[in-house]
Design a protein around this ligand. Structure first.
Ligand SMILES: [Zn+2]
Length: 549
């Protein structure tokens, strides 16, 4: 009896001690979608030193922890922070500093925007981004630079198409960059790009893929402070949407240094999984550092641009374009070079992430990745976009363990014209996210901002309802390739984390993982229409980075 009594006293003591367990933050009265294997929903979460120390039922957490800060979530919903598995923070920042040509409904509207911008900023080199001739009312293909030459005869003008795979230059810039001469003299540029000529065999001003390179070489960057401020603006936008991590699809060494500076001052807490472009500096960095992890930056992958875009007919197809005979597109990086990069990745234990749009490029990469699979089955090497896949090649994703990384808004944006490029027959393997998911068992999902809208809720709508923001088409585009809301959420959380080797820290709300999450007013639901949505609060490592209030 005496023993029993002391045991009871002891138990009581332990319990009361536990009640006082300390936490930095407790969020309770919530619907916490943990996204664990069983999709458990809990009510409360305790956070300490940036990590989740427990997630569980309301009373269990409330009774156990005394926290420095407590948030009553008022029954709101909590999800793991969204990860954009393919985005371009730097391009978006530069787009914010350039003339915004997104959504122009005509060539003339584009000119008006340029003149207005130039009258305010008086730049010495005019740079615009975002035109898309498919939106122009009287468009009969790519634009020409005549009107641009009339308006700007003695200052360089460079206007990027929305996909970044084509640009329109005025004659002044064409002469200054010697782009035509350089293009004609360089076999590598020649095989991975083209320039459009008029009936007199003169350049129209449009340069596509590698043909842009001589112009890119002389393109000035924006002043560092302006660029940094624009990057922080992009970050703020991401946090508003509950996006806490981005897989940056292609960075240069100098850009990485700039981002690290922003991280060191604490201004840039976003989780950044940076894919290096295979430049000499970057290759040297990879050889010296191997897998590089510092604060919220991880570098362990190369981004290779395999081919061009479908819109500008640069995507490399097995058979000719339906609307341009005897033209199949091209590889923008030679096969030889891709093999070398694959070898390098294997040596330094990096992941190879290749942009592949056309069915030919996809096939080539699937075969190339087969080699790494044989020595390292869990390589997680990715194909970015995996946009057009010959149905007979789908099985190679499973056979070579290739991770598909897709951006569902491309399907709903391209739906209007993709069939004219491909013909109906090839549409079967295009934007086929369900088929890809069935093969590999996971897909990483991103927005590809600024090529597409940065809004992840639009991505969810496109993936599940297969419609654009206007609800077009009414029944959904190729609905047999739609995925479920849960699958889409996993693509933006759990699977995206796995695609970056970060599944032990991110992707679910479980004990031991980063306290990186978003609070939404109401649980995510799928109804017919797209609804613009924002986070109520966003946290990274237990720190609030965004709040509506
Ligand atoms: Zn991209």
């Amino acid at each position: 009896m005496k023993h029993l009594l002391s045991l009871l006293v002891l138990t009581f003591l332990i319990q009361s001690c536990m009640k006082g367990e300390s936490a930095d933050l407790v969020i309770h009265n919530a619907q916490i979608h943990t996204m664990d294997e069983d999709n458990t929903i809990y009510e409360a979460i305790a956070i300490k030193d940036g990590k989740i120390i427990e997630v569980g039922p309301e009373r269990q957490i409330i009774n156990k922890y005394s926290a420095e800060e407590t948030i009553d979530a008022g029954s709101k919903s909590i999800y793991p922070g969204f990860i954009d598995a393919h985005g371009h923070i730097l391009s978006y920042a530069r787009q914010k500093l350039s003339i915004n040509l997104v959504g122009c409904k005509s060539y003339d509207e584009m000119l008006v925007r340029i003149e207005m911008y130039q009258s305010r900023h008086n730049r010495k080199f005019i740079i615009g981004r975002g035109w898309n001739q498919n939106l122009w009312k009287k468009s009969d293909g790519m634009p020409t630079n005549e009107k641009l030459n009339e308006l700007f005869p003695d200052i360089p003008v460079c206007l990027f198409r929305i996909d970044g795979h084509a640009l329109l230059a005025n004659d002044y810039l064409i002469k200054k960059s010697k782009v035509v001469e350089k293009f004609n003299a360089d076999a590598e540029l020649n095989s991975g790009g083209y320039l459009i000529l008029d009936s007199l065999q003169q350049p129209t001003g449009v340069f596509i893929d590698n043909a842009m390179n001589p112009i890119l070489d002389i393109l000035p960057d924006f002043p560092l402070e302006e660029l940094k401020a624009a990057i922080l603006e992009v970050q703020e936008e991401l946090f508003q949407y509950g996006i806490t991590g981005v897989h940056e699809a292609g960075v240069q060494f100098e850009e990485l240094e700039m981002l690290e500076e922003l991280m060191e001052t604490g201004e840039f807490p976003l989780n950044l999984y940076a894919m290096l472009l295979p430049t000499e500096d970057n290759i040297e960095f990879a050889r010296e550092n191997g897998i590089y992890q510092k604060d919220n930056l991880t570098v362990r992958s190369f981004k290779v641009v395999g081919d061009g875009a479908l819109g500008s007919r640069g995507a490399f197809l097995k058979h000719s374009y339906s609307d341009l005979h005897d033209h199949k597109g091209y590889l923008t990086t030679s096969l030889e070079r891709m093999k070398n990069i694959a070898k390098l990745c294997e040596e330094v234990n990096y992941q190879m992430n290749t942009h592949a749009i056309g069915d030919s490029t996809n096939r080539i990469m699937l075969e190339l990745y087969q080699n790494i699979y044989e020595v390292k089955p869990d390589h997680r090497w990715r194909i970015e976009h995996a946009q057009i896949v010959d149905p007979i090649d789908f099985k190679l994703f499973a056979a070579a363990g290739v991770f598909p990384s897709v951006q569902p808004t491309h399907a709903t944006s391209d739906q209007i014209w993709a069939v004219s490029r491909l013909g109906l027959g090839r549409m079967k393997g295009a934007y086929a996210y369900r088929s890809l998911l069935n093969q590999f068992g996971m897909i990483a999902i991103g927005t590809d901002f600024p090529v597409e809208n940065i809004d992840p809720f639009l991505t969810i709508h496109a993936a599940v309802n297969r419609q654009n923001s206007e609800g077009v088409p009414s029944g959904g585009f190729q609905m047999e390739e739609s995925i479920t809301l849960e699958q889409c959420l996993r693509g933006m959380t759990t699977w995206a984390a796995f695609a970056a080797f970060q599944e032990n820290e991110l992707g679910t709300l479980e004990k031991g993982k980063d306290a990186t999450l978003l609070i939404l007013d109401s649980p995510l639901k799928i109804n017919g229409a797209f609804k613009n949505n924002f986070a109520y609060m966003t946290f990274i490592n237990g720190k609030k980075v965004y709040s509506v209030e």
